[in-house]
Design a protein around this ligand. Sequence first.
Ligand code: GTP
Ligand code: MG
Length: 566
Amino acid sequence: MPGERYFAVRDRLSELLNWIGGLAGEVGLEPEAEHPAPVLGQPVLVAVLGEVNAGKSSLINALAGAELCPTGPVPLTAEVRLYRHGEESDRPVEPLLIECRRPLDYLRNFDLLDSPGTNARNGGHAAILEPFLEHADIVLVTFTAENPWTAATWDAVSRLSPEALARTALVVQRIDLKQPQDIPIILGHMRDLSVKRVGHVLPIFPLAAQLAFEAKQTDPVSPELWSASRFSAFEHFISERICESMERRQLLHDAWHHAARTLRRLESLFDVQRRGMEDDAWFLSGIEHEMESLRDRSLEAAPKALGAALELYRGEVDSVVRQLRSRLGWWRSLGRLFTGDGSAAEIEATFAARMQEVATAFGRDDAARLVDACSDHWESVRPRVKERMGFDAGACTVAGEARQEVIDRFVARLEKAVPQALAGLRVRGVLDPLMRRRNASLKGFTAIGLLLAIAAGTCGVLSMQQPAVVLLGAALAVFLLAAVIAWITRGRIAVGYRDRLLAGGATFAEGLKSDHGEAIRLLFRDYSSSLLEVRRRLASEKAALQPRLERSNSLYIALKSVELDL
Ligand SMILES: Nc1nc2c(ncn2[C@@H]2O[C@H](COP(=O)(O)OP(=O)(O)OP(=O)(O)O)[C@@H](O)[C@H]2O)c(=O)[nH]1
Ligand SMILES: [Mg+2]
């Protein structure tokens, strides 16, 4: 196909323009109104004119290598026919102008314009032809070897503008009908006429289009027919015209510069985006740092916060000791001498349960306080993210609906620490020996008192008045002594137990300390996941930018390689 070199560069360039346009569209790069993308796909227009029956349609068929136009010895082409690529159709555009679409590859690059003869009866087509001749890339004026001096065609050549003439070549058709020695004479004659009509010699090609057509139909192309058609020099001329056409070259240069400018704009856009992302990452790490320092401050304040747990602990100790005191009352103690005493275990169990409650209550308050601090901080983060990155960072992951769950997790973590903290107090089994000793002495006194009372009763029955009174007095004295001892030991046991428990307060708080710290860390880990959406966005922006940068780099390299072919 003539002009293959030009079409190859054009196609490569138009492919690159498409890719660059696609990338620009993807990243929302606005097209510059003052620099519209040049249209490269415009096919080369070859217009053919000449006398009726000169072989114009045959010339077009030979160029396309396909039977596009009807040909024959009688006048056949009655209107201007523009052959273009597309689904097969013949559409009258105006009277005497038909647009003929054919699905032929050759027509992707060439628009071929066939015309009725310059001397055809209906001369109306001349006006239709004129604008095409002015804009055609190549104008081919066809003569026959039998009669190359036809006046109507030479008149048409004379009427061409200087611009059109610069793109015009003369074709002497059916050269196969002439003897080789006649050809130089015909050409000489043509040259003289050209000088006479247009002031200079136009390019002249003697050829036999029908033979060229036939040669192209054979596979492989028949060298005898091809050489006899003398089409080779003619197609070479068309190629040169296309490749050297100033307009076409300018179009390629414009397209190349357009592509290069769009790539430069893309690169600077990517550069701005990259720097924006770096700033965003810096901004994000600033917020992470704020979260970490809030966590560290909370960890530093943790011992002070545990002071509140200590207060609760003391309150609970007082209440447990009160319960112990009431259990050690005289009558209740006396009653248990006969039923058995499980008070020590019960009090210890109560104490353990109360400590669990202490941990729960403290955990709830402390977690609520920390969640509020996080929530306040997040409310200061959200507008900053919106302003800097242009989207809403969403809700705080430890506040709102998640609040209760976060508090429960915090509390559960502290509650888990209670058995360990209690074990550290070493108060288990402390009460039991004291209670046993007290009960044993109370039992002894009660037994002696009862024996004395029984003896007094016996003496009374035996009418031994005096000893009965003495024994009863002794029994009462023993009971009184037992009551005094019960009262004293109750106070001692209660005070001793209280002191022991109070002394363990710090140990209890210490036992909670590491789990409390861990609970704070976990709460802040949950809080830091509030930034997940922001991190995800930034990561996806980065991930999208990298392949775009690579695409733009490879497009730049491809564009550079096309520059060498321009
Ligand atoms: N010997 C010979 N005959 C040719 C050649 N090319 C065309 N012809 C014949 O010339 C006659 C006219 O050819 P067309 O291509 O129809 O000519 P045209 O200029 O399109 O004719 P109109 O459309 O009627 O004006 C036909 O009979 C062709 O067979 C050629 O290279 N050699
Ligand atoms: Mg014709």
